[in-house]
Design a protein around this ligand. Structure first.
Ligand SMILES: Cc1cc2nc3c(=O)[nH]c(=O)nc-3n(C[C@H](O)[C@H](O)[C@H](O)COP(=O)(O)OP(=O)(O)OC[C@H]3O[C@@H](n4cnc5c(N)ncnc54)[C@H](O)[C@@H]3O)c2cc1C
Length: 398
């Protein structure tokens, strides 16, 4: 297995780095570096820059307007973007819905929706989870009942990330209540401006309304918005989930986080010396760095296998589990490293009013915020307990 980057890959990395240097607005990278909340307009601004270059949808084939990158090129782009503190590309339209429409959508749906994802006309959100249907997604209860040319949708979705900004939601709905759990589900595209939809914010531990509850009360949805066949939605839902876990290891995010932690630890004093020289702290830091190096190698091994045509299986559960554990460990140590500065949890640090940053090292201002916000990493995208179950069954044969 060849885990080294080819000369072409290295040239691509240099091109990405140059592009980020030339086109990533400093204002945006500063906000990302300081873990501040990006506005809708700022996220759209970065999407537009990438789209202009043809790099917004690295995972899409060129025929649909994507960049058609290999798994290794996508990894390089994600890594360089994280290291340059670029805003992440929102996954909902690009990484999740796009591939589903390309494989299972009608020609009309592809022609209508795919260009609008690229040019920023549509902001999609994911309507999978419900109260009582998260890990056990097959028990979704939101119903869609056929009425002439429409479906009438009733029910509730929850944890809908950035749904407050979205004008479209892709939903799993129950179209046959009598069938076995997985067999009565359909995949429906719903216009968020339809009458009967209510979006209510859920405030996370860090004080940000990043997720929402979405209620459907007799919402009329044209039947042409059904993807694929009625009652076959589980197949499309599972296909989407394999794409949801792209860049799941988050090596770039962890590497950038670790570098920030080291900067803070060099600047902080503990007992008259830089914190980074404190043996206990240094040991904790080394432990995380070794874990990260091991995970980065595992990630490269999987990329090499993907390049050789193998489809990653349960190994992606290992990356989800380790990747999120490492990032949470970095958040935790950063919060400890900033010491008393972690107690101040100013709204300025979250809202990104750069001129009102609180005292202390600039990267410390949002340390507590990042720590609290990233509790989510081990829950979403398939909780870590579920990943452990998959590893136990599929990899260890327990
Ligand atoms: C910040 C955030 C953003 C999210 N964004 C979205 C979104 O945009 N769209 C969307 O559809 N969903 C979203 N989710 C939902 C997410 O996918 C679910 O929270 C996740 O699937 C877990 O489901 P649950 O919350 O219902 O927990 P439950 O399934 O009720 O699980 C509760 C606990 O029990 C454990 N558990 C459950 N079953 C087992 C088992 N068989 N073995 C061992 N342990 C088990 C779980 O791991 C967990 O610790 C988001 C969640 C969060 C926190």
């Amino acid at each position: 297995m060849d885990m080294s980057f080819s000369p072409d890959d290295q040239a691509f990395r240099a091109e990405v780095r140059q592009f980020l240097q030339d086109r990533l607005p400093k204002r945006l990278s500063e906000k990302v570096r300081l873990q501040q909340e990006l506005t809708k307009a700022e996220i759209e601004e970065w999407h537009a820059v990438l789209n202009e270059k043809g790099w917004l949808a690295g995972n899409w084939p060129r025929e649909f307007g994507g960049a058609g990158w290999t798994a290794i090129q996508r990894h390089i782009f994600d890594e360089e973007s994280a290291l340059a503190s670029a805003p992440r590309v929102l996954p909902f339209g690009i990484a999740m819905l796009g591939p589903v429409l390309q494989k299972f959508g009608s020609k009309e749906q592809q022609d209508r929706f795919l260009p609008r994802i690229l040019n920023g006309q549509d902001w999609w959100c994911q309507g999978y989870s419900e109260p009582g249907a998260g890990s056990d997604l097959a028990s979704v209860k939101t119903t869609a009942v056929r009425d002439g040319d429409d479906y009438i949708v009733n029910g509730q979705k929850t944890w809908t990330t950035l749904g407050q900004h979205a004008n479209w939601i892709f939903c799993l709905v129950r179209t046959d209540p009598t069938a076995k759990a997985q067999e009565g589900i359909s995949f429906l595209l719903i216009d968020m401006t339809s009458p009967g939809i209510t979006v209510r914010p859920i405030v996370l531990l860090d004080g940000t309304p990043e997720v929402n509850e979405v209620f459907f009360d007799d919402v009329r949805v044209p039947a042409e918005n059904l993807v694929g066949e009625e009652n076959k939605g589980w197949t499309y839902a599972k296909y989407l989930l394999t794409h949801e876990r792209t860049n799941i290891a988050g090596v770039g995010f962890a590497t950038a986080g670790l570098a920030a932690l080291k900067r803070i630890a060099r600047a902080q004093q503990a007992h008259g010396k830089p914190l980074i020289e404190n043996p206990l702290f240094a040991a904790r830091l080394a432990e995380i760095e070794i874990d990260l190096m091991a995970m980065a190698t595992t990630n490269l091994r999987m990329l090499a296998q993907a390049a050789a045509g193998q489809v990653p299986g349960a190994e992606s559960s290992m990356l989800k589990l380790k990747g999120t554990q490492i990032r949470q460990a970095i958040n935790d140590l950063t919060r400890r490293a900033v010491g008393p500065w972690a107690l101040a949890f100013p709204s300025e640090a979250v809202e990104g009013a750069n001129d009102h940053l609180p005292p202390g090292p600039p990267e410390a201002a949002a340390a507590t915020r990042a720590y609290l916000n990233n509790r989510k990493l081990s829950i979403y995208g398939g909780s870590n307990e579920i990943q452990r179950g998959i590893i136990a069954k599929s990899l260890l044969g327990l």
